[in-house]
Ligand binder design. Structure first.
Ligand code: SAM
Length: 315
């Protein structure tokens, strides 16, 4: 990405998540999903000059754009162009033992969705790419053209929660017999042809669920959440907080269940009068219900409508 190209992203649940971290009290914070730098900027603005921020993004474009946006704070930020699944080893290499708070704002940025050549969007015609990390070996083209029918069906059903997954997988496999499926619009046409009414009936775009599923598979998005949250919780100081923003039910379920396990790890049967398993809570929930975007935020940014924020505090 050339310098100066605008990286547009409306930061979702910005104040709600940064308020929870209280960066004013100083210390070391981590933003695991830098994106356009919105959450990072808010943390940096609020912390004093001794505060430090470690900011991860696996997308080199996000790092490049945020280096420009956050240029007034470069002495306080360490940019890390890596997958956040490497959180623990990155902190170790940086010599950081404990942090005071962290935010994870999952999913894709508006920049990624709105930049046609990244191939994330069913709204733009482009090569089927969808890699957040442009050096990663697996692209959407590979998934669509090499995965067998069963695997495609499973991914589209599980990651897209798409009830027409068997028909879509079958249409993909038939279409690619004559020539590889190369572009987003070719895939959109195949998905439409698999829908009973050509996908014209529902209020959502017919390709929305399948594109979400393929993107999750390409970036292994669900596989990295649990290990990253364990690593962050491990690194938090007592009283330090983790705020996680999710955008679809699969992510939210994972985060909700993991937070609940961390807060109630005891595996003793309910009939036991006292705990004998010895597993102790490492966190306490700060939010019992997820925080949702306000009406104002929803009216300003329709992409925030599925966002949910959950917060835990290290004991
Ligand atoms: C929703 S955007 C974050 C937006 C950001 N909070 C802001 O306010 O501008 C998510 C970002 O996280 C990055 N990302 C997603 N999964 C990641 C992972 N496993 N490791 C590193 N970066 C990841 C994406 O590349 C994307 O830039």
């Amino acid at each position: 990405m050339a310098e100066g190209i605008s990286f547009s992203h409306y930061s979702v649940l910005l104040n709600e998540s940064v308020d929870a971290l209280s960066p004013e009290k100083g210390g070391i914070y981590a933003d695991l999903t830098l994106g356009g730098g919105g959450h990072s900027l808010e943390i940096l603005k609020r912390m004093d000059k001794d505060g430090k921020l470690i900011a991860f993004d696996q997308d080199a474009d996000a790092i490049a754009a945020s280096k420009i946006r956050l240029k007034d704070y470069t002495d306080r930020i360490t940019f890390v162009n890596e997958n956040f699944r490497n959180f623990a080893s990155v902190l170790e290499n940086l010599g950081v033992e404990k942090i005071d708070g962290a935010v994870i704002d999952l999913g894709v940025s508006s920049y990624q969705l709105d930049t046609p050549e990244r191939g994330f969007s069913y709204m733009h015609d482009a090569f089927l790419d969808m890699r957040m990390n442009k050096d990663a070996s697996l692209s959407a083209y590979d998934v669509v053209n090499t995965y067998d029918k069963e695997n495609l069906k499973k991914i589209i059903f599980e990651y897209g929660e798409e009830r027409f997954a068997p028909r879509i997988a079958a249409k993909i496999v038939t279409a690619r017999e004559s020539k590889p499926i190369e572009t987003t619009f070719e895939l959109v046409d195949i998905i439409r042809s698999a829908m009973p009414d050509g996908g014209r009936g529902g209020e959502k775009h017919p390709a929305k669920r399948t594109f979400q599923a393929i993107r999750i598979e390409v970036n292994k998005e669900l596989d990295v959440i649990t290990p990253a949250i364990y690593a962050v919780v491990d690194s938090l100081k007592p009283g330090g907080r983790l705020a996680v923003i999710t955008f679809h039910s699969l992510e939210d379920r994972l985060v909700k269940n993991l937070f609940s396990t961390l807060a109630n790890p005891c595996t003793c049967p309910p009939s036991f009068p006292v705990c004998v398993c010895g597993k102790k809570a490492t966190v306490r929930p700060v939010t019992h219900k997820p925080v949702l975007p306000s009406a104002d935020e929803l009216s300003e940014n329709s992409r925030s409508r599925s966002a949910k924020l959950r917060i835990i505090e290290k004991i």
